[in-house]
Design a protein around this ligand. Structure first.
Ligand code: NAD
Length: 267
């Protein structure tokens, strides 16, 4: 534990689960105050993470929003600014593997318009609303900062249908925003994890049929470093991108993936 993130105010969407939750805990250990943003249906998960943040002596709050709802995202920034201050450290981690009603992996040929739109609304529009609001608020406050988006190796590998499409778009969104935000003193970088053991990976296994453990074995065998990722592996990379350690880095895509992108997607 250090004070690398002392006096920083973090806002993390999807902060009640998986990568978002691990990042919230790590940032708090490094001295940041944290707004844990979650879907309205997952308040309890967010409260658990917020309690963990308080336990290490940092301020925490829970804010609820469906990130696909533009006005709700704005409200979350209002609430965070009122309670903690202007966030200068943002992680857009909220995302879905597919439509909740899908009971099997739907390739693009089998996808209906609602299923297609649902994934893009959360994975792409949600990130757009979050970054745009974050940069606007920092600019208004003449505040520099750093933003991290969650792309995926799927941004470079087209095997996950609309999920791959959404993550590829997040990658370009990150770069396009990074260019506009650089003169404002705001850096924006993307993370492209591979297989990380979170509820989403369970969901990805469910969508493909069969047991999670069988899929986990299959996926782990593809990873050059020989194991699936843990949420903390990705949180460490997020900490780097949010801290001053990466002060000359913007518009990049970093892969905390055990080597998957190198092996299957040219790096
Ligand atoms: P997770 O399921 O544990 O977390 C996803 C979070 O997003 C949950 O907290 C969920 O409540 C929230 N969320 C979903 N829809 C939302 C909505 N409409 N509004 C607000 N919140 C919403 O999964 P995770 O693995 O921690 O995923 C985090 C991010 O990392 C995602 O963007 C995911 O695509 C990306 N990612 C994950 C993996 C992996 O293998 N787990 C790999 C690459 C990228």
């Amino acid at each position: 534990m250090s004070d690398r993130m002392k006096d920083r105010i973090a806002l993390i969407t999807g902060g009640g689960s998986g990568i978002g939750a691990a990042t919230a805990r790590l940032l708090a250990e490094e001295g940041a105050d944290v707004a844990v943003v979650e879907h309205p249906g997952r308040r309890d998960d967010a409260e658990i993470v917020a309690d963990d943040v308080r336990r290490v002596g940092q301020r925490a709050m829970v804010a609820l929003a469906d990130v696909a709802d533009e006005e709700a995202v704005k409200r979350v920034f209002d609430e965070t600014t009122a309670d903690l201050g202007v966030p200068d450290c943002i992680v857009a981690s909220a995302g879905v593997a597919g439509h909740p009603d899908n009971d099997g992996f739907a390739g693009l040929l089998d996808l209906d318009a609602d299923q297609w739109q649902f994934v893009l609304d959360v994975n792409l529009n949600g990130v757009f609303f979050t970054i745009r609001e974050g940069v606007r608020r920092m600019a208004e406050a003449s505040q520099s900062g750093s933003i991290v988006t969650l792309a995926s190796v799927a941004a470079k590998i087209p095997t996950a249908g609309v999920y791959s499409v959404s993550k590829s778009a997040v990658w370009m969104l990150t770069r396009a925003f990074a260019l506009e935000a650089a003169p404002l003193g705001v850096r924006i970088n993307a993370l492209g994890p591979g297989y990380v053991q979170t509820p989403m990976l369970d969901d990805a296994a469910r969508l493909r049929g069969g047991s999670s453990s069988e899929w986990f074995d299959t996926w782990a065998a593809r990873v050059p470093l020989g194991r699936l990722g843990e949420p903390h592996d990705v949180a460490l990379a997020a900490l780097f991108l949010l801290s001053e350690d990466s002060r000359y880095l913007t518009g990049s895509l970093l892969h905390p993936d055990g080597g998957i992108a190198m092996r299957f997607a040219g790096g």
